[in-house]
Design a protein around this ligand. Structure first.
Ligand SMILES: Cc1cc2nc3c(=O)[nH]c(=O)nc-3n(C[C@H](O)[C@H](O)[C@H](O)COP(=O)(O)OP(=O)(O)OC[C@H]3O[C@@H](n4cnc5c(N)ncnc54)[C@H](O)[C@@H]3O)c2cc1C
Length: 438
């Protein structure tokens, strides 16, 4: 194996770049960019490698900002934090908390780099909140010419709208300024109910919880709703229920029985039923927000996720349940459903619409194509847009129809990177770009 062998979190993307560089300063970022341009080679920048799509794959230079982490500046009055783009979300949570600040919302894990998370439109749940990039007020971007461009809603506004979700295709983001909120505690409660109860109370639960989502256990009638709300109660680090869920259900025990389903796929439905049956009735966790959002993910899987307009959620969800009845997918991982506010970011899957996000997971090593392809067709029927970091089959012909500002994004991209330094084979397919001339 090459000494530069690289693979993503699940192992589904693997490649051998010529070199991996770890700049410590903006000067070193610029120097690496100029070197790649001079050598007429590609450069891709990577966060924590937690995307399933081959966004960072390259034969040439892979740039990691792991050595470029930390706070650049805190504006206490405006509650804004400017951070280095390689800062991992877990470290960021700690740094902000030391300043009495927090991010208003986050996703399920906290191991991503902040630039990696925003660049694919990573999100959590909560109808009052947008995807994480909506928390950005300014960005600093280093382009293929080595120029540093500062952008925000009022300065280089078009570049800002393109850069907030930009797949590492405009340049290397070096600094990100986040609008934060005062540090807050969350009370997280997970419970158990039937599908009918869940759907009957869905609108109410989405509207009346700060962060609401649910898991549906396939082949069963079991839903696990998860609600987080503001609290001043004393922290409960880990109740028996949490321990059971985080380490036994979602990780240890779940890992062991998942392996059985890989060896004997026809046990999947039984395993889903068993998992649903042993779910605790209630779990409670109370803590500072950055410690509540993320849960450990020790069992590896592959994932597809689509954003659909929120008004189509129930129909799409019922179609997916019907597809399980029809196709008997040999899948035991729960389906995660989240709800978010729309935004105006050009390549945001939530552009222009309040949204539901439906995520499908398959244990690593098990076939996923039939399941993902069938559900993808359902979700596309409801005007779905794929998560940029998760598996999907869309290319330029479809994507260009999904995003009203598609051509505006491509124009800015071409303007900032005319030599296509930041473009790999996968991005060529996404953006409909020709192969380079030999
Ligand atoms: C277990 C697991 C749980 C997840 N949970 C969620 C979730 O709850 N919600 C959700 O929405 N997603 C989730 N994801 C998906 C994940 O958040 C995204 O794929 C995210 O982009 C990964 O961040 P990363 O730091 O690993 O970036 P990478 O995957 O390494 O890179 C992603 C993109 O960011 C670009 N990039 C990285 N750094 C820079 C930079 N400095 N400048 C310009 N571009 C850059 C890369 O070029 C690439 O295009 C999950 C993934 C996993 C594996």
């Amino acid at each position: 194996m090459s000494k530069n062998h690289w693979q993503n979190w699940s192992g589904i993307v693997q490649f051998n770049p010529q070199k991996i560089v770890y700049p410590h300063t903006e000067e070193e970022i610029i120097a690496a960019i100029k070197k790649s341009v001079a050598n007429k080679q590609e450069l891709r920048v990577v966060g924590s490698g937690h995307s399933w799509t081959p966004l960072v794959e390259t034969d040439h230079t892979l740039m990691s900002l792991d050595n470029y982490q930390g706070v650049v500046h805190i504006d206490k009055e405006k509650r804004q934090a400017t951070v280095k783009a390689g800062t991992k979300l877990k470290y960021l949570g700690k740094l902000l908390f030391e300043q009495g600040l927090a991010m208003e919302n986050l996703g399920d894990i906290d191991v991503q780099a902040i630039a990696g998370a925003i660049s694919t439109g990573t999100h959590g749940t909560g109808i009052a909140f947008g995807i994480i990039p909506t928390q950005i007020v300014a960005l600093r971007l280093i382009t293929a010419s080595g120029e540093i461009i500062n952008c925000s809603a009022s300065h280089n506004a078009e570049i800002f709208k393109a850069a907030q979700v930009s797949l590492g295709a405009l340049g290397v983001i070096s600094h990100i300024t986040l609008q934060c909120v005062p540090a807050y505690k969350l009370k997280y409660v997970a419970s158990k109910q039937t599908v009918a109860d869940c759907l009957q109370n869905l609108q109410h639960n989405i509207a009346n919880n700060r962060n609401y989502e649910f898991y549906w256990f396939p082949h069963t009638d079991t839903i696990q709703p998860k609600c987080s709300n503001l609290t001043n109660e004393a922290p409960i680090e880990r109740s028996i229920g949490n321990f059971f869920n985080d380490y036994l259900i979602e990780n240890g025990l779940f890992g062991a029985i998942s392996t059985i389903t890989r060896i004997k796929p026809n046990t999947s439905a039984a395993v889903a039923r068993l998992t649903a049956a042993v779910l605790p009735q209630t779990e409670v966790r109370i803590n500072w927000s950055h410690k509540v959002y993320a849960t450990p993910r020790l069992v590896k899987f592959n994932e597809m996720e689509y954003n659909i307009p929120i008004e189509h959620f129930e129909a799409a969800f019922n179609d997916i349940r019907a597809a399980f009845d029809e196709h008997k997918f040999e899948v035991h991982f729960p389906i995660e459903c989240r709800f978010l506010k729309g935004d105006d970011i050009w390549l945001s899957p939530a552009y222009g619409r309040d949204s539901a996000h439906i995520s499908l997971h398959v244990f690593k090593g098990k076939p996923y194509q039939h399941y993902f392809n069938t559900c993808e067709a359902i979700l596309q029927k409801y005007n779905g847009r794929p998560h940029w970091g998760k598996m999907h089959n869309c290319q330029a012909n479809k994507l260009s129809q999904m995003y009203p500002h598609w051509n505006d994004f491509l124009a800015i991209r071409q303007q900032l990177d005319p030599q296509q330094l930041f473009i790999n084979g996968y991005l060529r397919l996404l953006f409909g770009l020709d192969l380079p001339k030999a």
